[in-house]
Design a protein around this ligand. Structure first.
Ligand SMILES: Cc1cc2nc3c(=O)[nH]c(=O)nc-3n(C[C@H](O)[C@H](O)[C@H](O)COP(=O)(O)OP(=O)(O)OC[C@H]3O[C@@H](n4cnc5c(N)ncnc54)[C@H](O)[C@@H]3O)c2cc1C
Length: 406
C-alpha cells in the first residue's frame, strides 16, 4: 500500500515541527508525518549564525525536541526527501526519487533557500551560505585555514556571522549594497549603532558596494567590487536574503509569487493545503494589512499553532505581534512590531551606554521597538505596539518614565 498520512507536513523546521507538536496538543489523533529534505531531526536555525558557528553550542542542544519525542507522539519523521511536486487532485506529493506520499491535508512549511550570488565565480569553493546545519558545518571545517573573510550582506545573518568570525580572530570585511546596515528592517539610529560596534571590533564595513565577481581559480581568493577594488578573502559568506521554497505549490496552481498566498487562517488557495512560516505570504495587521512574508521563529511557530487549531476544529486566525532577536558580541537586540514605513524614530536611553531602545511611530502610533540590552523596554513596549497606542514623543524618550506607565 502506498504511503498516506492524514496530515503531511513538508518541511521539518520551526514551522513544520511546531505544527506537528501543536496538532497533538490540540488533541488531533490522526496520522502525522513530517517530511524534510534535510537529514537531521528538527532543529533550531537561529543558533547556526551565533553559538553553533562560534563552537559554543553542540548540535544536540539545537534539537527542537529530544529524539524520543517524535515516536512517543506518533509523529513520523521522513528525513532526506525533497518534495518536488504536489497533485491537489489526487492529494499526493512526489519526492525527488519519484516516491509518492498521499495526504488528507497538506501543511507546506518549506521555508526558504538563501538567495544566491549570480556573478562570475559564484560557485567557487569557499563561497558559503548560512541556512542549514550542513552549511555551517562546512564553514566550521574550513575555518582553520581561513584568515580573511568577506561577508556579502549587512542584514542580520551577515552581521551575526561577522561578530562570530571577528571574535574568532578573522579579518572581516563586510560588503553592503545599500548605504547602511539593516536598511530593510531598522531605522538609521540602529544601523549607525551596529556599524560603530562592528568597526570597534575591527570589522571593515563597505557601503554602497556592488559585488561583480568572486575571484579565484577553483577556490575563492577575493571579492571584486564594481569600483574595481578586489577585497582579498579565503572565505566568502553570503547573506543576501531568502527565496521562499514554493515552486511545487505555485506549479500546482496556488496563488502567490514571492511566497504562497495564505488567508488569516493560513489556508492557501488550494483545497486542503495550508502554508506557514518563511514561505507564507500573508496580510499582516502590523504591516497595515500589507501582504508580507516574515522570516522569524515567532511567525513560523504562531502560524503553525493557527493551522493546528483550525485542523483540530477550533477556528483560529493569525494576528500575533511580530517579534525577533539578534545576538552580536555582548549585544542582545530584541525587536517587537514592524518598523516598515515608520515616520518617527525616538531614541530612549543612551546608545553610548549600549543599553537603549529605538521606538518607531507611524501616523502617530507606536508600531515597533528595537531594544538593545534593554529587556524591560522590550517586555513593556510590546503592549504599546499590540494596541497601536498614540504616543507622546517627549515622554517616550524619557528613560526615567517606564513604558508600562505609558
Ligand atoms: C542562520 C539563521 C539565523 C536566524 N536567526 C534568527 C533569529 O535570531 N531570530 C528569529 O526569529 N529568526 C531567525 N532566523 C529565521 C528563522 O530561523 C526562520 O524564520 C525559521 O526557521 C522559519 O521556519 P520555517 O519552518 O518557515 O522554515 P525552516 O526552518 O527553514 O524549515 C524549512 C524546512 O523545509 C525544508 N524544505 C524546503 N523545501 C523542501 C522540499 N521541497 N521538500 C522537503 N523539505 C523541504 C528545508 O530544508 C528546511 O529543513 C534565522 C535563520 C537563519 C538561517
Amino acid at each position: 500500500m502506498s504511503e498516506h498520512y492524514d496530515i503531511l507536513i513538508v518541511g521539518a523546521g520551526h514551522g513544520g515541527a511546531q505544527a506537528a507538536i501543536a496538532l497533538r496538543q490540540a488533541g488531533f489523533a490522526g496520522s502525522i508525518a513530517l517530511v524534510s529534505d534535510e537529514p537531521e531531526l528538527p532543529y533550531e536555525r537561529p543558533p547556526l549564525s551565533k553559538d553553533y558557528l562560534a563552537g559554543a553550542k553542540p548540535f544536540d542542544r539545537l534539537l527542537i525536541r529530544p529524539p524520543a519525542f517524535w515516536p512517543e507522539r506518533a509523529i513520523t519523521l521522513l528525513p532526506g526527501r525533497r518534495i518536488v511536486a504536489v497533485d491537489v487532485g489526487t492529494h499526493r506529493v512526489t519526492d525527488g526519487n519519484g516516491g509518492a506520499i498521499g495526504y488528507g491535508q497538506l501543511i507546506w512549511a518549506a521555508g526558504g533557500a538563501p538567495r544566491r550570488l549570480a556573478c562570475p565565480g559564484h560557485d567557487l569553493s569557499g563561497v558559503h551560505y548560512v541556512r542549514t546545519r550542513a552549511d555551517v558545518d562546512a564553514m566550521i571545517a574550513a575555518l582553520p585555514a581561513v584568515e580573511r573573510v568577506a561577508i556579502v550582506g549587512g542584514g542580520y545573518i551577515g552581521l551575526e556571522a561577522a561578530a562570530v568570525l571577528a571574535k574568532l580572530g578573522k579579518k572581516v570585511v563586510l560588503i553592503e549594497a545599500l548605504d547602511r546596515l539593516l536598511a530593510r528592517v531598522a531605522g538609521p539610529v540602529l544601523s549607525s549603532f551596529f556599524a560603530a560596534e562592528h568597526r570597534a571590533r575591527g570589522v571593515d564595513l563597505r557601503f554602497d558596494a556592488q559585488v561583480v565577481a568572486i575571484e579565484g581559480d577553483r577556490r575563492a581568493r577575493g571579492v571584486r567590487l564594481a569600483d574595481g577594488e578586489t577585497i582579498p578573502a579565503d572565505m566568502v559568506v553570503v547573506g543576501i536574503g531568502v527565496v521562499p521554497e514554493v515552486a511545487p505549490l505555485l506549479a500546482a496552481g496556488a496563488e502567490g509569487g514571492n511566497g504562497v498566498a495564505v488567508d488569516v487562517r493560513c489556508r492557501t488557495s488550494l483545497t486542503d493545503v495550508w502554508a506557514i512560516g518563511d514561505c507564507a505570504l500573508h496580510r499582516n495587521r502590523f504591516a497595515a494589512g500589507a501582504p508580507i512574508r516574515l522570516e522569524s521563529v515567532q511567525n513560523a511557530n504562531d502560524q503553525a499553532v493557527v493551522v493546528a487549531r483550525n485542523i483540530a476544529g477550533t477556528p483560529a486566525e493569525y494576528e500575533a505581534v511580530p517579534w525577533f532577536w539578534s545576538n552580536q558580541y555582548d549585544l542582545k537586540l530584541q525587536t517587537v512590531g514592524l518598523s516598515i514605513g515608520h515616520d518617527a524614530e525616538i531614541v530612549r536611553g543612551d546608545s553610548a551606554a549600549r543599553s537603549f531602545s529605538v521606538i518607531y511611530g507611524r501616523a502617530g502610533k507606536v508600531v515597533a521597538l528595537d531594544c538593545v540590552n534593554m529587556v524591560r523596554d522590550y517586555v513593556q513596549g510590546r503592549r504599546l505596539v499590540e494596541q497601536g497606542l498614540p504616543f507622546d514623543a517627549a515622554r517616550l524618550a524619557d528613560a526615567q518614565v517606564s513604558l508600562k506607565a505609558l
